[in-house]
Write a protein that binds this ligand. Structure first.
Ligand code: SF4
Length: 319
C-alpha cells in the first residue's frame, strides 16, 4: 500500500518525470507506488531514458500501508481540490421540480443523462404532474421515452410511481428516504439524488462513477453500493455529502474514466494511489477529456448559470 502523505513531503525524491506526471508538476511527485517502479526501471540498462541514479526511495516507507487517518485526510483533500476544479458541480439532469427530478432519475438507468435530458421536455410538456402521467396511455409514454432505452420497463416504473404519488402521497414527492424507496423503480441511489437536490437533505449518490473512483482512491474496498455509501459517509461530514457526490461524478465523467483515465491531465494525481492506470502523457491525456474540460457541450440542455461549458443540444440537433 502506498503512503501519499509521506511521499508528498518528498517530492524531489519521488518523481523521475515530473513534467509528464501531471498538470501540476510540483505535486506530481507524490506518487510513491509509481515512483518506486520508476526507480526499479532506472536500474535497468535497457531503459535509455532513465538515468541510472541510485535508488532514492526507501522501499520500507514506500510500501508502508496508509493509516486510516492519513486516508481520511487525503480523501478530504481530494474533495477540497475537486471543489476548486468543479466549483459548478451540479446534478446533470434537467428538472424544474421534485417530480421531474424523480422521473428523470428513474429514466437515467442504463443511459446517459444527456439522452434523458433530450427526452424529458416532451414528456413533461404532455404530462406535467403525477396525476397526468398516472392516467396516460402507456403506449404513448413508451413512444416519448423510447430514446432512453428499456422504454417499456421505464414506462411501467414512471407510471407506477406517478400512480403511487397520486394515491399515497397526495400527488407530492415525499421528502423522506423511507417513503421514496417504496415507490416503484426507486432505490436508495435515486432517493438520495432527489433528497439531495430537490430537498437539500444530505446524501451520497453511489453510482458507477462514484463506486469506481472511491475504490481507486482507496476510500473503500467494498463493492456493494450500500457498504460503499456507509464507509464514505464515515470519512466526510454530512454537510459535504451531496456536493461531494457531484464532484466525484463530475470527475469520473470528465477525467477519471472507467477504461482510460486521463491521468496525464488530472489535477489530483498527487493524491491518487491509482495514478498511472490511465494515459499519463499530458498531450494524449488531454484528448481524453470530456464535456467542458474537453471543450464539448455538457449534458444539460438547461445548465446552471455558472456552468462554464456549452449547453447540450436538443434531441436530433447536432452539437
Ligand atoms: S486514476 Fe483517475 S484520479 Fe487517479 S490520477 Fe488517474 S485520472 Fe486522476
Amino acid at each position: 500500500m502506498t503512503n501519499p502523505a509521506k511521499a508528498a513531503a518528498k517530492p524531489v525524491k519521488a518523481a523521475p518525470e515530473p513534467a509528464k506526471a501531471t498538470t501540476k508538476p510540483a505535486k506530481a511527485a507524490a506518487k510513491p507506488a509509481k515512483a518506486a517502479k520508476a526507480v526499479t526501471k532506472a536500474a535497468e540498462p535497457v531503459d535509455g531514458a532513465a538515468k541510472p541514479v541510485k535508488a532514492v526511495v526507501k522501499p520500507a516507507k514506500a510500501t508502508r500501508p496508509e493509516s486510516h487517518l492519513a486516508m481520511v485526510r487525503r480523501a478530504r483533500k481530494i474533495n477540497r481540490e475537486l471543489a476548486e476544479v468543479y466549483p459548478y458541480a451540479h446534478p446533470e439532469l434537467d428538472f424544474r421540480n421534485p417530480f421531474e427530478l424523480l422521473v428523470a432519475t428513474v429514466m437515467s438507468a442504463q443511459t446517459t443523462d444527456l439522452r434523458v435530458n433530450q427526452t424529458t421536455p416532451a414528456l413533461f410538456a404532455k404530462y406535467p404532474t403525477p396525476e397526468d402521467l398516472a392516467a396516460a396511455v402507456p403506449e404513448e409514454v413508451e413512444e416519448l421515452i423510447r430514446p432512453t432505452g428499456f422504454f417499456r420497463a421505464k414506462t411501467k416504473s414512471i407510471m407506477g410511481l406517478a400512480a403511487a404519488l397520486r394515491d399515497d402521497f397526495g400527488g407530492e414527492v415525499p421528502g423522506r428516504l423511507e417513503d421514496l424507496v417504496t415507490l416503484p423503480g426507486v432505490g436508495r441511489k435515486t432517493a438520495f439524488v432527489v433528497l439531495g437536490n430537490a430537498y437539500g437533505v444530505p446524501g451520497i449518490t453511489v453510482d458507477t462513477h462514484f463506486m469506481r473512483l472511491a475504490r481507486r482512491w482507496k476510500w473503500t474496498e467494498q463493492e456493494d453500493p450500500v457498504k460503499i455509501e456507509a464507509e464514505v459517509a464515515g470519512i466526510f461530514p454530512k454537510s459535504e455529502w451531496t456536493m461531494l457526490s457531484h464532484r466525484v461524478i463530475f470527475h469520473g465523467r470528465r477525467i477519471c474514466h472507467a477504461r482510460k483515465p486521463a491521468c496525464g491531465a488530472c489535477p489530483i494525481t498527487h493524491l491518487c494511489p491509482a495514478y498511472g492506470e490511465g494515459e499519463t502523457d499530458p498531450e494524449k491525456a488531454k484528448k481524453l477529456l470530456k464535456y467542458e474540460k474537453g471543450g464539448f457541450p455538457g449534458q444539460r440542455l438547461n445548465p446552471p448559470p455558472d456552468y462554464p461549458g456549452r449547453p447540450a443540444p436538443p434531441l436530433g440537433a447536432s452539437s
